[in-house]
Design a protein around this ligand. Structure first.
Ligand SMILES: Cc1ncc(COP(=O)(O)O)c(C=O)c1O
Length: 312
């Protein structure tokens, strides 16, 4: 990937980017046609476009919390009415409430699948029920972590024109700094979103790096396999220490350290280990732990053993 970036010439850098050829090649990665793929400036922007396309002040949008905070963030900026449902106490997806709430005809339903931070994943059966209930709603499946879950709604875009899939190259391809995301939908629906896009939303370095990443399937697959191997192992190790974690389909685990959690996070931070705290919205001790290398995970467990005691 860095070799591909180093090959960029001064002439290429001086020119506005050309999207047709890279889009065609990246479309192959997602197994869609080029006209079904819209490249965006990161995954965040692959979400913002729905506000430009479908939302005006006072429009309803639907989300399930806790989730990725950008849906709420954009909704507040655009003055949308937010209907926020909750994941269950076992972090289960609130399917029945989502379906009931769709009767109010929100403009857009945002679903992170797998969900960040809970790791919750639902499958085709739930998705089909949602799509059939969403008679007046654009359904945005935010699949930032799809590669780690093995599930994607992409094959359904032609069957359901109100289905939009948002993807990112930040996670599995490790390109967070270059900002490349994508919206995938059937040609006609994607044309609506395209209309709201500026002419050059994506930079050439991001395109070159993303192509190099998807061409190196071996590296990407090795990373996914490593995450899938370490995920249950870390959950089991945490359980031995008395720490509750929830089944996750992402490259992270959602765990609950209880009331002593915030103090533990502060101690770990001093050792350079960062846990993503969710105390504020979930209660004390809830954290999202990214799955790193085996050495990083061992270091984390060692630090937890030293700094934390399960309540008796
Ligand atoms: C669920 C979800 N969607 C989208 C994104 C945005 O990704 P990007 O870094 O490409 O903006 C993230 C990043 O954490 C995420 O967790």
């Amino acid at each position: 990937m860095r070799r591909a970036l180093a090959k960029l010439t001064a002439k290429q850098l001086a020119m506005y980017p050309e999207y047709q050829a890279p889009t065609a090649r990246l479309a192959r990665y997602f197994k869609v046609r080029p006209e079904e793929l819209l490249l965006t400036n990161g995954g965040d922007d692959a979400l913002r476009v729905f506000f430009d396309t479908f939302v005006e002040a006072g429009s309803g949008i639907q989300i399930c919390e806790p989730t990725f905070p950008m849906y709420r963030y954009y909704a507040e900026i655009y003055g949308a009415r937010i209907s926020a449902l909750r994941y269950g106490s076992e972090m289960e997806f609130p399917l029945e409430s989502v379906i009931a709430e769709l009767r109010k005809k929100p403009r857009v339903l945002f679903l992170a699948n797998p969900n960040n931070p809970t790791g919750t994943l639902f499958g085709f059966e739930e998705l089909e029920k949602i799509l059939r209930a969403a008679t007046h709603t654009a359904v945005v499946m935010d699949e930032a972590y799809a590669e780690f879950s093995g599930f994607t709604a992409v094959p359904w875009i032609r069957k359901f024109p109100h289905l939009f899939v948002a993807r990112t190259f930040s996670k599995v391809a490790g390109l967070a700094s270059l900002r490349l995301g994508a919206v995938i939908a059937c040609k006609e629906s994607l044309a609506l979103v395209r209309r709201a896009m500026p002419p050059f939303p994506v930079n050439l370095a991001a395109l070159v790096a993303a192509e190099a990443a998807v061409n190196d399937r071996v590296t990407m697959q090795a990373y996914v396999s490593e995450v899938q191997r370490l995920r249950p192992w870390l959950a089991a190790e945490l359980q031995k220490l008395g720490v509750r974690s929830f089944p996750s389909a992402g490259n992270f685990l959602f765990a609950n350290f209880g009331p002593a959690g915030p103090a533990l996070s502060r101690k770990l931070e001093k050792q350079g280990i960062l846990l993503r705290e969710r105390t504020r919205d979930m209660g004390p001790g809830f954290v999202r732990i990214s799955i790193g290398t085996p050495a990083e995970m061992k270091k984390l467990l060692k630090a937890i053993r030293k700094e934390w005691k399960a309540p008796a």
